[in-house]
Design a protein around this ligand. Structure first.
Ligand SMILES: C[S@@+](CC[C@H](N)C(=O)[O-])C[C@H]1O[C@@H](n2cnc3c(N)ncnc32)[C@H](O)[C@@H]1O
Length: 288
């Protein structure tokens, strides 16, 4: 049979898969589609167990990022695992993955959710403080791994503490309105500047176990508190680029639009208060 000289595989409507693609297994058409600077994700309704976690992100969103930034069998890390969404998305896409969660009850939810899936890849959830990520990985004999990609969503500073409508509804249903009372939970840091610094320290640890040229995506947001906007997403972006020899290179932002949230009357006839229906997916890379 004559050898094809083509450097691509034609996948019909999906587009062409370039054999020299250095990053992923997407066709050119799929690649271009994902590079749009915003996307809409409407998370499926959470079941009784998933709702126990106050702030999970949709697996569909994580899956799209994982498919863009890795190939099958590569390694993904989430240092703020929560209810385990990243591990589930990694399992579904045949990537190996490790997740670390501080709070036992969320760690348990993540494990229970994983047990129901028949993941063929290596999926490992660990309980601990990600400030000690390298120690945790070493203890579990995972310190040889250099992660190809990291995707995560840290606590949005003190956002869960506020008595907004969502939190009120959760309290009335006896659902958790904060992650924990643990001092190591960075969501319990009161001072904004201290939060930015402690969060950055965790990403120093992440830097150490990420491969050269590996990407990191952080899903976060600016937060409105005491009548002013704290630019948490922007300060997160800046802070990680100023970490000396552990500095990440900021590559972009992709905006997650949430057009399924109801509009609430905020500040009407009085002052500007926005219905904040978007979040930031910050994209960094570890470069020399
Ligand atoms: C925004 S949530 C992550 C939600 C997750 N993406 C999901 O879909 O379920 C942040 C998580 O970080 C955890 N956390 C806070 N401080 C931590 C720390 N120092 N180390 C590890 N996990 C921490 C919280 O318990 C919480 O579950």
């Amino acid at each position: 049979m004559a050898k094809s000289k083509k450097n691509y595989i034609d996948l019909g409507k999906k587009g062409r898969l370039n054999k020299n693609n250095k990053l992923n297994s997407l066709t050119g058409k799929e690649w271009i589609k994902f590079t749009k600077s915003w996307f809409i994700h409407r998370p499926a309704r959470r079941n009784n167990r998933e709702i126990l976690h106050p702030a999970k992100f949709p697996e569909s969103l994580v899956k799209e990022f994982i498919e863009f930034f890795t190939r099958e069998n590569e390694w993904v890390l989430d240092p703020f695992l929560g209810s385990g969404s990243t591990l589930l998305a990694a399992g579904e896409t045949n990537r190996n993955a490790v997740g670390v969660e501080l709070t036992k009850k969320f760690f348990k939810i993540a494990n229970d959710r994983l047990k129901e899936k028949n993941c063929k890849s290596n999926i490992l959830s660990l309980q601990g403080d990600s400030k000690e990520l390298s120690t945790i990985l070493k203890k579990n004999k995972l310190n040889e791994i250099k992660f190809d990609y990291v995707i995560t969503s840290p606590p949005y500073w003190n956002q869960l503490e506020r008595n907004n409508l969502r939190q009120k509804n959760r309290s009335e249903k006896d659902l958790a309105t904060k992650y924990s009372v643990n001092k190591k939970d960075i969501g319990n840091i009161k001072n904004y500047e201290k939060f930015i610094e402690e969060q950055a320290k965790i990403f120093d640890e992440v830097f150490e176990c990420t491969k050269e040229d590996g990407y990191l995506t952080i899903i976060t947001n600016n937060v409105y508190y005491k009548s002013k906007l704290f630019p948490l997403a922007f300060d997160t972006a800046i802070s990680l680029t100023k970490r000396g020899d552990k500095s990440w290179v900021l590559k972009d932002e992709k905006i997650w639009l949430q057009d399924d949230k109801p509009l609430i009357a905020l500040g009407v006839n009085n002052a500007w208060v926005s219905n904040r229906h978007h979040q930031y997916c910050l994209i960094f890379r570890k470069e020399k």
